[in-house]
Ligand binder design. Structure first.
Ligand SMILES: Cc1cc2nc3c(=O)[nH]c(=O)nc-3n(C[C@H](O)[C@H](O)[C@H](O)COP(=O)(O)OP(=O)(O)OC[C@H]3O[C@@H](n4cnc5c(N)ncnc54)[C@H](O)[C@@H]3O)c2cc1C
Length: 499
């Protein structure tokens, strides 16, 4: 086994090869838009992990089929799904190549510098009721940070009719908690086995409901309704009339149907050394070759193998391909033969997750605050203190407007002043996931009619397999879902190719 320990690596923009970023000027712009900040390119040491690991790995099993392909398996995408899939196939003794479009690994996880510390521009939180990612925490002994401020605010301020209202947390939270519990009252009947969402047919009763439809079924005080809308809109990262009710019900069921575990899971525990530490651990634990800045434009299969073409015209062949690129981007790759109509249509329609996330540092210590607004207010539905002290407060904020200028200090300050009139913002940093052609959105929340399509979205087409967090079964839309799909699909492919 490799003994190498991965530290998160930050590569300065000027260190990155020009061709790495030429296709997407916006990535450079986004990375440079905050003074003094640079693009993070973690995993720059992973061009070829095989050379380092070759002497230490156990003898590989023997692939069942002979030569003829450049690699046994090509994995497309270097996020949680791709890294875990590549580890599985590589550890099964299959020659594995991971092709990543961007100049960094991590996908929708992105550990980057902000001032004197690092932040997560993408995924942040994980929890022990997420079985796949927690198994990796155990396997690689990854340290966890607790951010209790996020679930224990001292002040709760919400926007109502354009005005800031301060809630009495002691009396208001129990009402919101009850509303959330009522909203999800049927979770155990619908999802008695959260890892098998179609275990019973109960879901069919609710398959047409949006999140807003379900809120409208409840008899609620106006302010409670407003905040229920704020909470579910940010969990789905879309206006409540877009996301499917079953998607949020599934989260609740996954977490044992209670708000303590729910709140802990969505805003409390994270990897101390960043999400990249897990990506690095999985790839260090494999012989997979990793090529960055390698966007795939075409995947063609003829029954005896698969040819993958990169945007620059290079080709590589494999016995099997595992596609881990986001659902919203499948439509941008040419598949031969064409993808099933369901896959194509769903990719064109997209999942609904498309909002913003930003970190803002204030000059003053604004204390431990929780800020909410309903889905009629685009820039922010949900914001809270991460750290606070005499040197200022770091706020984490999520909103529905994916075009919101997360790196514009004045824009962010004006937004926050609607809640806290005197606040002065010192710096702000975010990433525009919606405009990145290799994500085209944030986390996956399916539309109501897309829920029943998941088995078809997961179905392999010939030698091309699909493994994205966006189509996972249990923790769809989460890092855990990426690993669920990467591990399970990697194992399916390994069983097919290894005797
Ligand atoms: C702002 C934000 C906050 C989030 N918060 C959380 C959270 O707190 N907790 C949590 O668990 N999850 C969170 N998520 C969701 C989580 O990040 C994702 O569900 C998960 O990381 C997706 O993993 P993946 O490997 O399936 O996809 P991705 O991470 O998107 O990886 C896919 C990879 O494929 C690459 N790719 C795309 N097209 C091509 C191509 N043509 N050729 C080659 N490569 C290609 C991409 O560059 C990318 O690296 C958040 C996401 C965002 C954006």
């Amino acid at each position: 086994m490799t003994t190498k320990k991965s530290e998160p690596e930050i590569t300065h923009e000027e260190d990155v090869d020009e061709k790495d970023v030429s296709r997407r000027g916006f990535i450079t712009a986004a990375a440079l838009s905050t003074a003094g900040l640079v693009a993070a390119c973690s995993g720059g040491d992973q061009g070829d992990a095989s050379a380092e690991n070759a002497d230490n790995e156990p003898a590989p099993a023997v692939p069942a089929t002979g030569g003829g392909s450049d690699f046994d398996v090509v994995v497309i995408g270097g996020g949680m799904a791709g890294a875990s899939a590549a580890r599985e196939t590589s550890k099964a003794g299959l020659t594995t190549l991971l092709l990543e479009a961007r100049n960094r690994l991590g996908g929708r996880t992105y550990y980057a510098p902000f001032g004197d510390h690092n932040i997560e521009l993408g995924a942040n939180y994980l929890y022990w009721l997420q079985p796949h990612i927690w198994a990796e925490v155990t396997r690689y002994n990854l340290p966890i940070d607790d951010t209790p401020a996020a679930v224990n605010p001292d002040r709760w301020i919400y926007l109502k009719d354009g005005k800031a209202v301060e809630a009495d947390i002691a009396t208001f939270w129990p009402k919101v908690d009850k509303a959330m519990t009522d909203y999800c009252a049927m979770s155990r009947e619908v999802f008695p086995r959260p890892y098998d969402t179609f275990h019973t047919d109960e879901w069919k009763k609710y398959q047409d409901l949006t999140i807003q439809d379900r809120i409208d079924q409840l008899d609620l005080e106006d302010d409670v309704r407003l905040n229920l809308n704020a909470i579910w809109s940010i969990m789905s990262h879309a206006p409540c009339k877009e996301g499917g009710f079953l998607e949020m019900l599934r989260w609740w069921a996954n977490l044992g149907s209670n708000s303590i575990d729910f709140n802990n899971a969505v805003s409390r525990y994270r990897l101390s050394n960043g999400t990249i530490s897990l990506i690095n651990a999985m790839l260090d634990d494999s012989d997979a070759e990793v090529r960055l800045s390698s966007p795939v434009s075409r995947i063609a299969q003829n029954g005896t193998g698969v040819q993958i073409t990169l945007e620059d015209g290079q080709t590589v062949t494999a016995k099997k391909v595992i596609v881990t690129s986001p659902l919203n981007t499948w439509v941008d790759v040419e598949f031969e033969p064409a993808l099933s109509e369901v896959k194509l249509t769903t990719s064109r329609e997209r999942h609904v997750g498309a909002g913003n996330k930003l970190h803002a540092k204030t000059k003053q210590d604004i204390g431990n605050v929780f800020l909410t607004a309903d889905d009629g207010f685009g820039p922010m539905q949900y914001g809270y203190t991460e750290t606070t002290g005499p040197g200022g407060t770091t706020l984490l904020s999520y909103g529905l407007d994916g075009a919101f200028d997360v790196n514009n200090l004045d824009v962010v300050q004006n937004m926050l002043r609607q809640f806290l009139p005197d606040v002065e913002v010192e710096s702000t940093y975010g990433y525009q996931w919606l405009y990145d052609p290799f994500s085209k959105g944030t986390w996956s929340t399916l539309r109501p009619h897309q829920f029943k399509l998941v088995p078809e979205l997961q179905r392999a087409e010939g030698d091309v397999h699909f493994a994205s967090a966006d189509i996972a079964t249990m923790w769809r839309g989460w890092m855990d879902g990426g690993i669920e799909m990467g591990v399970s699909t990697g194992q399916v492919v390994a069983r097919a190719l290894v005797s």
